[in-house]
Ligand binder design. Structure first.
Ligand code: ADP
Ligand code: NA
Length: 330
């Protein structure tokens, strides 16, 4: 049996990944390189579902790729590419659009959230149908596992449904994937709004920690994180979402278990936890900045990594698309 495949994608939209992207998704990309035949892409086709400036989009796409490398993706152990370099994504998406129910697509909560933010009249058909492009992204690589945050679970369910529907109608063609979600980091909260997902597209993301921001700015956000009026440092998702979020971030960055952290902070106040976490974050993010900068300052290496990645991705994607086209009657 072949090595299991992993596939995931990340948007270039904001220019910088945020801490939720990193802990919820990118860290798992890095880990799965060693156990899976892993494909990771910067999803620039998804970025144009909302208005984009061409110059910024091009720059942000490169910055996203540089951050993935800085985070630890190794082009010798995984395939890293830009989605628009592989035309099969748009081609298979059309096929998938044609086997998806309109009502089924309308039930995608991410579309509802995102279109509400755009304003109903401004949301594009591309935004409506982006989960189906995501289905094509995954099925093209016959992915077994899709490392994502909790917000993407419904899209992986849709991917399974459409894979099984296509296979049922036209014969076995696609692998139905499972989501790879690490519970502890699947939903990192905004530091100023515990309970709400940290997101670059939140209405007022005051507690958004961007990895490429000045580390001093981020440290300040940790020190002023919203907690509660109690003083005890205890993991309690329901009654202490702010403190629990800080403990989960601390644990993820240091590798210390949460029960052990509760012991370490016994008798100490929230201030100690926030100050420590600010320092831990700055220590982690500073070399990440440097590595990202190095990749951006060496455009030839970056281009060559992405060209090789696209070539490898295309060979897999083209084979899957040809099989799907054949089954359909093209
Ligand atoms: P965003 O949700 O900020 O628009 P993307 O859609 O590009 O970012 O998401 C990239 C990956 O990061 C996805 O796998 C998504 O599930 C994950 N992710 C995004 N926000 C969070 C969060 N707050 N906590 C955990 N994972 C997250
Ligand atoms: Na690998």
């Amino acid at each position: 049996s072949r090595v299991p495949r992993a596939l995931s994608g990340i948007q270039p939209t904001a220019g910088s990944f945020h801490l939720g992207n990193y802990l919820g998704a990118v860290r798992q990309y890095v880990a799965l390189q060693d156990t899976h035949d892993a494909f990771y892409m910067v999803v620039d086709l998804h970025a144009i579902t909302v208005p984009q400036d061409p110059v910024e989009l091009r720059a942000n796409t490169r910055t996203a790729a540089a951050q993935l490398l800085a985070a630890g993706l190794d082009p010798d152990r995984c395939t890293l590419f830009i989605q628009s370099h592989v035309p099969e994504h748009a081609q298979l998406a059309w096929v998938m659009n044609c086997i998806t129910g309109f009502g089924e697509a309308s039930r995608m909560t991410q579309f509802k959230d995102k279109s509400a933010k755009q304003g109903a009249d401004r949301a594009t058909v591309g935004l409506f149908t982006y989960p189906i492009l995501q289905v094509a992204d995954i099925l093209l690589y016959q992915a077994d596992a899709v490392p994502v945050g909790e917000d993407q679970r419904q899209h992986i369910e849709l991917t399974r449904d459409l894979a099984e529907r296509f296979n049922g109608r036209f014969g076995q063609t696609f692998t139905a994937p499972v989501p790879y979600i690490v519970k502890e980091v699947a939903k990192i909260y905004d530091l100023q709004d515990p309970g709400a997902k940290m997101s670059k597209s939140a209405a007022n993301p005051k507690g958004l920690v961007n990895l490429l921001d000045d580390p001093k700015v981020s440290a300040k956000k940790f020190r002023s994180a919203v907690t509660d009026t109690d003083t005890v440092i205890r993991y309690d998702e329901k009654d202490k979402p702010g403190v629990s979020n800080l403990l989960r971030i601390h644990s993820a960055l240091t590798g210390t278990g949460i029960p052990e952290l509760e012991r370490q902070y016994e008798g100490k106040g929230y201030g100690a936890l926030k100050t420590d976490l600010a320092e831990i974050f700055v220590e982690w993010v500073t070399p990440f900045h440097d590595r990202t900068r190095e990749y951006l300052d060496d455009p030839e290496t970056l281009d060559s990594v992405l060209a090789k990645g696209a070539e490898k991705a295309r060979s897999v994607a083209a084979e899957t698309l040809a099989a799907a086209y054949d089954r359909i009657g093209f």
